[in-house]
Design a binder for this molecule. Structure first.
Ligand code: MOS
Length: 725
């Protein structure tokens, strides 16, 4: 197999840097209901599984009373650790289900009932009585616990701690200083499609290395690498013996990256029952327990600047809870390492290990929380110096990545800020408290956004020519983003054929190994693979590839790209109104301006970006998790208690981008757009609240109870003759 690394520029591989406006090619099938999602896959004679969950956070199960469940009409199997098949290799703590009597977090799966109907399964599962020998669970997250530690590495293999120069001395000597403490709530993804699975155990063809032993129809963001590395050893099979099919996915936002324990539960039940497909769909409440969440954060930021507003000290530290069952520590302060030029810097992550359910990736994991704190602190510093917040950011624009010393592949943050200021009407911004409309105080805020290039491993694609059609196959997934459409465009471009001649096949194991849809990397990583496969096909067969010809290739990042610091950038602008009477905050309008490489499809990109911004508004104003530290559960763990933004909360919201083509990401010229839309949005809103009402909030969500207290404090301070602000 010959692998040729592309050398930028790739102008010969792309038609034009302009973006098309292609409708989603799977939109008609989705609208008509003919696009089959995991739970709708046709299987013969299915049965239904409902999990039994732990009611305690820590302890040992001493007994089950399953008599009522067993007598329930239609029940086929009551499975607990006492009778479940054994798993083989403990590849992940949370996937090791029903293997012992130990309980490690509340809501953990401790059993399952399988029945002829979902109703019977649920009713029977809820009738099972469980006795525990309960132990004291450690559930209380706080940053000042004695057992707080600094991990050597956090997610993404990034360093737990980084330090340049004497930040304490520089801070003490700085002309202007701000220091603040910031809090972000835990967040739950709640995609429209709950986590579904159909597990089909194929008995009888056991030992052939390539014979499928288990088929999982489920909703994932791609089976490679996590599913394919974690599940086969766990289940005692070879990777080729596990087939995973996930053709359509009803949203995920990171929640469908890792395989979750319900897959194992369904697989064990299917193995037990043989040849009866086992269907399981988690309830919303179960999704608040076993499919991960964004962990809460506590952060401190200290910024010192010289008289001109140039940063001399940046000290950003984070504290987060971590599950003892499976480690997950976000790289919260990592973006601060490359964001602004500062002569001294310290960035440190801290963690506390608790008896809680494992967290997982959620849209811009790390950058989301960290940039809320940093971008709020930047606004505070601008206010302290008396400088426009955009001007402060421009003055601290680095010439190269401050952490690595590498040049940026492209960095158009300043253009995003300036362009956004123009389009948003930034010059009409008034001092805090001056723009009023009856009970409402109105203000504008801005925050920068960034998201790193993630390059985990090369992806592979195969192009097969059949007649005058080209089939493009790779693993990966389209979680609803429009990936299938964008890849069709990129393939048509690379092959020099009409889009209508291209069929993209993804979402299934057995296809060429391409990485999952994560880290906002799909377009350029898969695009690189498709470009490489198309080039190989042309090399071998010329412009008129004969029917039946095919070529497969890995896509590599361009040679030299490791010597570049690769990130997408953006600027978020918000106009809010704050009620002086109730403390209610409404977001009137928002604008996101992005420098995210080439935008391949304007329509799907816009919807991805305003989707991120919408999620950002939701986290800024509504999303809040009440964790009960006595019992270890999310007290508001359903969509009645966990509030998310509704249509009425999202008014005038728009995303635009500057013309950019980043050859260092690959022939598509595209950077990632999946996650940057949420980064910095809560800071832009919080900064707008400050501009509207003169009150500074450092704790999301900005709910009326918090706002009203700050408004009252400010009123009292003003009355007492102390200047507000
Ligand atoms: Mo994203 S949190 O990598 O799906």
């Amino acid at each position: 197999m010959s692998v040729r690394r592309p050398r930028p520029p790739h102008a010969e591989l792309v038609g034009s840097a302009a973006s098309a406006d292609t409708e989603r090619i799977d939109a008609p099938a989705k609208a008509a209901g003919t696009a089959r999602y995991a739970y709708e896959q046709p299987v013969d004679d299915p049965v239904y599984l409902h999990p039994i969950v732990s009611a305690v956070a820590k302890g040992t199960i001493t007994g089950f009373d399953t008599s009522r469940a067993e007598q329930t009409h239609g029940v086929l199997l009551v499975m607990t650790h006492e009778n479940a098949p054994r798993l083989r290799v403990k590849t992940s703590g949370d996937l090791w289900v029903l293997q012992s009597a130990k309980v490690r977090h509340r809501g953990q799966f401790i059993g399952a009932v399988v029945a002829q109907t979902p109703q019977a399964a649920r009713c029977a599962a809820e009738s099972v009585e469980v006795e525990y020998r309960e132990e004291a669970a450690d559930l209380d997250f706080s940053f000042d616990r004695p057992d707080v530690y600094v991990p050597r590495r956090v997610n993404g293999m990034l360093r737990g701690r980084s330090s340049h120069g004497d930040v304490d001395a520089a801070f003490a000597a700085s002309a202007h200083q701000v220091a603040g403490t910031y809090e972000t709530s835990a967040h739950y993804h709640n995609p429209i499609e709950p986590h579904p699975v159909i597990a089909v155990w194929h008995s009888g063809r056991r030992w052939a290395p390539s014979a499928t032993r288990l088929t999982l129809f489920e909703a994932n963001q791609g089976a490679f690498p996590y599913h394919l590395s974690l599940l086969p050893p766990l289940l005692g099979m070879l990777p080729g013996q596990l087939r995973i099919v996930s053709p359509y996915v009803g949203g995920s936002f990171g929640s469908k990256l890792f395989p979750h324990p319900h897959l194992v539960l369904a697989a064990l039940a299917a193995k037990q029952l043989k040849d009866r497909p086992v269907k399981c769909e988690l309830t919303r409440r179960q999704m608040f327990r076993t499919v991960g969440y964004r962990p809460q954060s506590h952060q401190t930021v200290r910024l010192g600047a010289d008289a001109d507003g140039r940063l001399t000290a940046v000290d950003h530290q984070s504290w987060a809870p971590n599950s003892k069952t499976r480690r997950f520590i976000e790289q919260t302060v990592d973006a601060t390492r490359m964001m602004y030029a500062a002569t001294t810097r310290r960035t440190v992550h801290h963690a506390v290990d608790l008896d809680i359910a494992p967290a997982t990736f959620m849209r811009a994991p790390g950058e989301f929380g960290g940039m809320f704190a940093l971008e709020t602190a930047m606004d505070e510093l601008a206010e302290r110096i008396g400088l426009d917040p955009i001007e402060l950011r421009v003055r601290n624009e680095p010439d190269f990545d401050p952490e690595t010393g590498k040049p940026f592949s492209t960095r158009n943050l300043v253009r995003c800020l300036r362009e956004g200021a123009q389009q948003f009407g930034w010059s009409s911004r008034t001092p805090p408290g001056e723009h009023r409309d009856g009970e409402w105080l109105i203000g504008l805020g801005v925050a920068s956004a960034t998201y790193p290039n993630q390059h985990f491993m090369p992806s592979r694609a195969r192009i097969t020519c059949s007649g005058d059609r080209y089939s493009v196959a790779l693993q990966g997934a389209d979680p609803g983003t429009g990936a299938r459409t964008v890849l069709t465009q990129l393939a048509a471009e690379a092959l020099g054929v009409p889009e209508a001649a291209v069929d993209v096949v993804l979402g299934e194991t057995g296809l060429p190994l391409a990485m999952l849809a994560g880290g906002s990397a799909g377009t350029y990583e898969w695009g690189n693979a498709i470009a490489a496969a198309a080039a190989k096909l042309r090399r071998r067969h010329g412009a008129d590839a004969p029917s039946g010809s095919s070529a497969a290739a890995f896509g590599f990042a361009p040679r030299g790209s490791r010597r570049r610091s690769r990130h997408a950038f953006g600027a978020h602008f918000a106009q809010v109104r704050v009620s002086r009477a109730t403390g209610e905050v409404r977001v009137d309008r928002m604008l996101g301006v992005y420098g995210a490489g080439r935008i391949v499809n304007a329509r799907t990109a816009r919807s991805q970006l305003i989707g991120g911004m919408t999620m950002g508004v939701s986290s800024a104003l509504h999303e809040e998790t009440y964790f009960d530290t006595r019992f270890g559960h999310v007290a508001n763990g359903d969509l009645a208690g966990y509030h998310i933004a509704a249509h009425a909360d999202i008014n005038d919201i728009e995303a635009v981008w500057i013309d950019e083509f980043d050859e260092w990401f690959g022939p598509s010229g595209a950077k990632g757009i999946g996650e940057i839309g949420i980064v910095g949005v809560p800071a832009a809103i919080g900064n707008a609240i400050y501009n509207a009402a003169g009150v500074r909030l450092r704790d999301i969500p900005f709910t009326p109870d918090k706002v009203i207290v700050e408004l009252e404090n400010r009123a009292a301070a003003t009355t007492a003759g102390i200047s507000g602000g």
